[in-house]
Design a protein. Structure first.
Ligand code: BES
Ligand code: MN
Ligand code: ZN
Length: 495
């Protein structure tokens, strides 16, 4: 498991800059106004800094972007990174500035000179989020070197930065899970990694196939029945609110987070084309976000009750696999005609959503899933699709995402779409045809949610594993949603 780099905050001390190894990064305003530190670096490099910020290229940098000057004369450092950042930077701009350093970090480490910049803690967070790597190269890379950040008031900044550590750990946990190939991250392995979070104070329970059968989760079990890997539901409880002193008093109902955990999605008998199928190792991305958020809540000892539930299955073609045309009975009791075995995520979620509501009577439910290719057609890789049975709830989620710099867009969910998922033989069918594919998927899920329970569905198919690097993550899993949900929980659910 990858851990974020630890960043030390120290007093600004410019005397021995010339001898520093690794990378030296310094913040300069977009107008090119040099600070004490950048003036010192300019003198040591015989004017390289002033020439760089006077160049046309400097003016083209967006806030948070930088220029890397290699092997600068007059410095022992391998590189000097000049970062363009206004004094009044947005949160996303400040994090981007840190990411500019995180992106070029190596085993030699870095010194970031932030002086008295008001966003120093956010800069550090961006650096930590971008300094992530995940690979199976046989030649091991050396670990990242130490990072220190020079600031005007180290203790103050360290206090502001402290809550970010739990968040970065959660994001990295999610990214690792999404990046893992399916021969490593089987349903058993996934469940074991979640069970290990017991040591953080989470109560983790694993429901095995026989228990799922007893509960009547035939929709979920049907998806996994062609796989050698056993289907499971894992329940992670974080009870951050102490039980009411009065023994009779009810415990505060939790927020329930539900995740699609398809460890590999071949499509099943409705098999997917070969091109790009390898990407379906990420089809457990919803479950990974739920796991990452639970990890963050435990690490920061959040004063809130949240239960995370993930349905872990593998969708394989096999002699025992579910067929198109099969009719299954869900835990709710509704029958489902399986038109296409590749629309499996909604079958898994139908049962986990119902179980979450029956078992925990949650105050609200949020599910996350790499549910449809259609959401990528609609929104690309910039925004997750947000659906809800309550417009206010959807707006809260979109607001939280915006505050964290993660893209999210409110999508429609109206009864008019229900006719598309009417079945000839069963209560409902699992596909709605060509049009509005992300919406009919959401409409399907809606049938398994009590209308009095505030519910939000987030389709993360486009954002969980974007095709190129993002502002805060290298190419590969983004960890989208951990920051958004942590923010939402803080702002809307904590006492
Ligand atoms: N896991 C896929 C959705 C997906 C596609 C996620 C691309 C990430 C990237 C899902 O199970 C699926 O196959 N959906 C089908 C539904 C269809 C058969 C109704 C789809 O979107 O094509
Ligand atoms: Mn599928
Ligand atoms: Zn899928």
């Amino acid at each position: 498991m990858t851990h974020p780099v630890a960043i030390r905050f120290v007093e600004t001390e410019l005397d021995d800059l010339a001898a520093r190894e690794g990378r030296i990064a310094v913040l300069i305003t977009p107008e090119g106004k040099l600070t004490a530190a950048s003036r010192r670096l300019d003198r040591l490099t015989r004017g390289a800094v002033a020439r760089a910020v006077g160049s046309p290229a400097w003016g083209k940098l967006k806030p948070g972007e930088g220029m890397v000057i290699g092997w600068p004369g007059g410095l022992a450092a391998e590189a000097m990174v000049l970062i363009s950042l206004p004094r009044k930077a947005s949160l996303a701009e400040a994090r981007k500035a840190g990411a500019t350093v995180g992106k070029v970090l190596d085993e030699k480490g870095a010194l970031v000179i932030a002086e008295n910049h008001p966003s120093a803690a956010e800069i550090a967070f961006g650096l930590a989020l971008r300094a992530y790597r995940f690979d199976y190269l046989s030649e091991e890379k050396k670990p990242f070197g130490p990072v220190s950040m020079m600031v005007a008031h180290p203790e103050e900044v360290a206090a502001k930065a402290a809550p970010h550590a739990a968040l970065a750990e959660g994001v990295f946990f999610t990214r690792d899970l999404v990046n893992e190939p399916a021969n490593i991250l089987t349903t058993d392995d996934f469940a074991a990694r979640l069970a290990a979070m017991h040591e953080l104070g989470l109560d983790v329970q694993i429901l095995e196939e026989d228990e799922l059968k007893d509960l009547g989760m035939r929709a979920l079990l049907g998806v996994g029945q062609g796989s050698e890997s056993p289907s499971k539901v894992v329940v992670m409880q974080w009870n951050g609110l102490s039980k009411p002193a009065n023994g009779d008093a009810e415990e505060e109902p939790p927020l329930a987070l539900v995740g699609k955990g398809v460890c590999f999605d071949t499509g099943g008998i409705s098999i997917k084309p070969a091109a790009g199928m390898e990407e379906m190792t990420m089809d457990m991305g919803g479950a990974a976000v739920v796991a990452g958020v639970m990890r963050t809540l435990a690490l920061r000892n959040a004063p809130v009750n949240v239960v995370g539930l993930v349905g872990l299955v593998e969708n394989m073609p096999d002699g025992k696999a579910q067929r198109p045309g099969d009719i299954v009975k869900s835990m709710k009791g509704d029958t489902i005609e399986v038109i296409n075995t590749d629309a499996e995520g909604r079958l898994v979620l139908a049962d986990v959503l119902w179980y979450a509501q029956q078992k925990f009577r949650p105050r609200a439910v949020i599910d996350l899933a790499t549910l449809t290719g259609a959401i990528i057609v609609a929104l690309g890789h910039e925004n997750a699709g947000v659906f809800a049975n309550d417009d206010g709830f959807a707006q809260d989620v979109v607001q939280a995402a915006r505050a964290e710099g993660e893209g999210a867009w409110h999508m429609p969910l109206q009864p008019a779409y229900d006719s598309l998922i009417k079945s000839r033989l069963a209560d409902i069918k699992n596909t709605g045809g060509r049009w509005a594919g992300a919406i009919t998927a959401a409409a399907f899920l809606n049938k398994f949610v009590n209308s009095e329970t505030p519910w939000c569905h987030i389709d993360i198919a486009g954002v969980a594993l974007p095709p190129s690097e993002t502002a805060l993550s290298p190419k590969g899993a983004s960890g989208w949603g951990v920051m958004t949900l942590d923010r939402l929980i803080r702002d809307k659910f904590e006492a």
